[in-house]
Design a binder for this molecule. Sequence first.
Ligand SMILES: [Zn+2]
Length: 300
Amino acid sequence: MSQVTFNQLLDDVPLYTLVNVSGFLCDNTIKSQEQKRAVVAMGQGVIVDKTTQLSGKLKPSLYCGSDGCNNYTYFEMLNTSQQLVVLNYPSINKAVFRCCNCRQNSYEFYLEITPTVSGNANNDTIFQIQKVGQQPRHGKRAPSKALKLIGKERDLFFKGSLNENQGMGIGAFSYYRRVIDSQKDKIFDEIIKVLTLTTGNETLIQELTDAKAETQFTKAIDKINTALPDGLKISGHNPLTLLYKALSEGLHSHTDEECLELAQDIKVVLFEFSERLDLALRESKELTGAIGRLVKRVNN
Ligand SMILES: [Zn+2]
């Protein structure tokens, strides 16, 4: 089971996925409980604290979709949250967070918290937690640059992320595959746009143009032999090859969990690639502008 931060649990981890989390308890409660136990211990007694508190000072960074925010902002815990955590059996706590910026949007999370101790917890204590509910159900939106590539398939992509959010790997994978198959031409066109800004890319442009005739993304990639320029690579890897691997892998993989991982990988690569494409276009525009200005100066 993976260990995540409390913020990651709220923002990233799908529903019904058990993860290890620590460091989200109220420091004052921990301190006063420890002091009380120390006093009792001096009198040779022993007490065990069977409860603890969620910290009211948690400020997770979550997506706020309000008009004024439309971005990741910090959220504060509202006092409608159930902060008491019992330590001797699993319990479900409601945690409510409101955007610190617009003070309009809020999230309700239902967290099933299973302690790994039977008493005396502090911020090193690991808890096994799964989100068993969330309202609104999905706060994350695809970044605007990625939405450019996703284009008319926004609905399918959104359904894919809903599936991903609920831990339905096969579903998420299938939706994302449909999006990429359907938007293959758009993705290739965006790459071609970048390639035409510099010379020497004629072969790759031709290969991409020819590959558009294939209906499936993976079959199209099979036809491309020329590597992408370094500026479009992600950590030195060709994003088209990465997508190809994830998409063809998923057809053979068996478990829902594996499909979920592949779906997440597809999304990450797609998001990152859209950033690269955007950056390449912008840099080239800036460069062309600068060269144009300098040439004018020289000619004057
Ligand atoms: Zn907001």
